[in-house]
Design a protein around this ligand. Structure first.
Ligand SMILES: [Fe+2]
Length: 146
């Protein structure tokens, strides 16, 4: 059985919305690992690619807004990591569009993309946690503006 992308407390940032989004991603990859194990990886590729695509748009955008709202000093470094991921994923996307998915691609995607996220959350996302005091835009508004 492929390694499970198990969620443990070490991945928690303590920021509810970010943790919820990260957990969604883990779950998606767990299902994908199971699909690969059952010989269905190739069939699930299209859906996973579409999921990651929209995940990048929503999750990166929200996280970046949060960092900006909190004046995170290393925001530009963090944005670079997100850009790097987008370009790694872009290579997969191009490949997928060109020759369609196969089992090998499913395995590569699982390994590389999952690995990237584990590492990113544990070593890069964790760095901003102490700087996040304002967690949502709504919270940033004074009481009488809500
Ligand atoms: Fe991030």
């Amino acid at each position: 059985m492929a390694e499970k992308f198990a969620w443990t407390s070490e991945y928690e940032t303590g920021i509810d919305e970010i943790d919820r989004q990260h957990r969604d991603l883990f779950k998606k990859f767990d299902n994908f690992s199971i699909a690969i194990y059952n010989g269905e990886g190739k069939n699930q590729l299209k859906e996973l690619m579409a999921f990651i695509d929209s995940y990048i748009n929503n999750h990166f955008k929200e996280e970046e807004e949060l960092l900006s709202l909190n004046n995170y000093p290393d925001i530009y470094k963090h944005l670079e990591y997100h850009k790097k991921f987008t370009s790694i994923f872009g290579i997969f996307k191009k490949e997928f569009e060109k020759r369609g998915g196969d089992t090998y691609m499913a395995l590569q995607l699982e390994k590389e993309i999952r690995g990237w996220w584990k590492n990113h959350i544990l070593t890069v996302d964790k760095l901003y946690v102490p700087y996040i005091t304002i967690k949502t835009k709504k919270n940033a508004l004074p009481d009488d503006m809500e």
